[in-house]
Structure formats: C-alpha cells, structure tokens
Write a protein that binds this ligand. Sequence first.
Ligand code: C5P
Length: 250
Amino acid sequence: MPQSPPLDRAPEERIFAALDTPDLAQAARLARALKGAVGGIKLGKEMFTAQGPDGVRAISGGERLFLDLKFHDIPNTVAGAVRAAVHLRPYLLTLHAAGGRAMMQAAAEAAREAAEDAGTQAPRLLAITLLTSLDESDLEAIGQRGPVRDQVKRLAALARDSGMDGVVCSPHEIEALRSLCGPDFLLVVPGIRPAWAATGDQKRVMAPSEAVAAGADYLVIGRPITGQADPRAAARKIAEEIAAASGAGS
Ligand code: C5P
C-alpha cells in the first residue's frame, strides 16, 4: 500500500513553478509575481544556456531554486558541475540515473563538500530515471531493458542506493516508487494539470491534489500557472485545491 503523504509543509511549498523560457525579463517578472505563492521556481537548460549562472541568480533572487540541468557525464565531470552548481544555491538539482552508481556517488560527495566549503545547505539531488518521452521501442533502440515501468523502478532503486535524495517521476509512477523507495525518498512530479487547465502536450496528467494524495512531495507545474493571465492567482488556486483535498484548510 502507498504511504499517506505527511502534512509537513504548506500546500504552496509543494509547488515549483517551471519558468520555461530563455527570456530573462519574462522569467524575472514571473518569479516576482509568484513570490510567496509557490514553494520555488524551476529553471532548466533553456534558461541556463541562454542566460548563464548570472541569469539564474537574477531570476531566483532568494526564492527556492530547482535547477534542472540533468547532468550526465563521467563521475569526475559531473562532480565538478555539481560543485559549480552549488554556488547557485539550488534546493533541488537533477542528474541522470543512467550515468550510473559511481557518477551519482561522486555527485553526492561533491554536493556535500562544496556546500560545506561554501557554508550553505547541500542541494537535494534528484535522479532522472527514464525520460517520459521514451517508450518501449525507444528503450530497445538504445539497448535498455524494458518494460518502461521496470526500468524506471530499477533506476530509482539504483539512485536511492547511490545516495540520491529522490527522483523526478511521472504522476503514474508515484505509488510504485513510494512503496519501493520508502517514505523519505523525494518524489518530484511534473505532468500536473488542475481540472481547469489545458492539457497541452502532456499525455498522462494528474490533478495536483491527487498527486499529493498519491505521495508526491513536490509538484512541477508550468503552463497551468505561467500561461494564465494572473499566474499568482492560478498558483494560489492550486494550493487551495491541495489544501482542501488534504483537509488542511486553505
Ligand atoms: O507546462 P508544464 O506544466 O507541462 O511543464 C512541466 C515542466 O516539467 C516542464 O519544465 C517540463 O520540461 C518538465 N518535465 C515534464 N515531464 C517530465 C520531466 C520534466 O513535463 N517527464
């Protein structure tokens, strides 16, 4: 049976708003508008490649940062990248579980050491298991053993055993990964759509309150927030839905 999620954080804290744009001014505007209405913001390769670390600093300000750079390289290189990323003070940082045990262990050690040297908190390292853009035939083509569901579990278990703090997973993997990896393993979940938002290109979505009830720790939500005329109101509405469903009030 899946574990019930602990009501250990305010509903808005569970939301990371994905600011998927290379435009610095637009992202900064969104981050300001969402301050206090979400738990943090997610910036990824698009922004990082366009605007660099200074752009990331300018946007994130003091907000909790989910730096979604999905590192995947030899252990020494990923350790160096993690050390460099620690200076941006991310709360969450991603890397590919397919990089293997030694790469993940090197990343975890680098995060701890760099944070200690800088006098900051180490980021929570999240592994990417299988990209949701891959299906069974892609797995076969890249020589990975399927089915997809088993490969996701295999990589999540490897990530946990290699010192990762959690994984990014699809809403439909939450229950299986929660029971496989235990209550303290972070499950960070995109593919979230409130009933009132357009699905867009996401194929298998889940409502925010359902994902939290299933055991998600954090939700990554982009267009249902950033694509609205009033992003702050949309974030608040989502937090209220989570609160109402968990009986925490709003
Ligand atoms: O706009 P939307 O809510 O679909 O954005 C979801 C965010 O989560 C995007 O930043 C997207 O890249 C990311 N993501 C995803 N599905 C995955 C992994 C990450 O949608 N499997």
